[in-house]
Design a protein around this ligand. Sequence first.
Ligand SMILES: [Zn+2]
Length: 108
Amino acid sequence: MKNCNPRILVEEKHLHVLQCKTCKRIGLSFHNILISFSPNGFYTFSKSVIALDFDKVCIRQGNHTPFVILNSCHEDIQFNFSKEEFFQLKSGLAKAQLLLDAVSILNQ
Ligand SMILES: [Zn+2]
C-alpha cells in the first residue's frame, strides 16, 4: 500500500485497520502481522473469522494455552492466535466491516 492515502477504520492497541481512499485496498495490522486485502478479500476474510467459534475450533495440546490457526492467502503461512488475541481480532474485524458497510450504504 505504498503511495496510498489511508483512512483509519479501526485503531486499537496492537490492531489497526486502514483503507486507502484511492485504490480502496485494506490494510490490517495486528501485532507483528501486516496483511493487505482487496475490499472483497477483506470481506471474505473478516466474515470467515467472525463466524468462527474459538472454543469449537481451537487446538488444545497438553498444558499449552489453546490456540486457533488461521490460513493466510499463502499456503505455507498460517497464523496462530490465543483466545484473547482471536477475540480482539474478531472484534476489530467486525468494527471495520460495519464501517465499510456503512460507507458503502452512504455511497449508494
Ligand atoms: Zn491505495
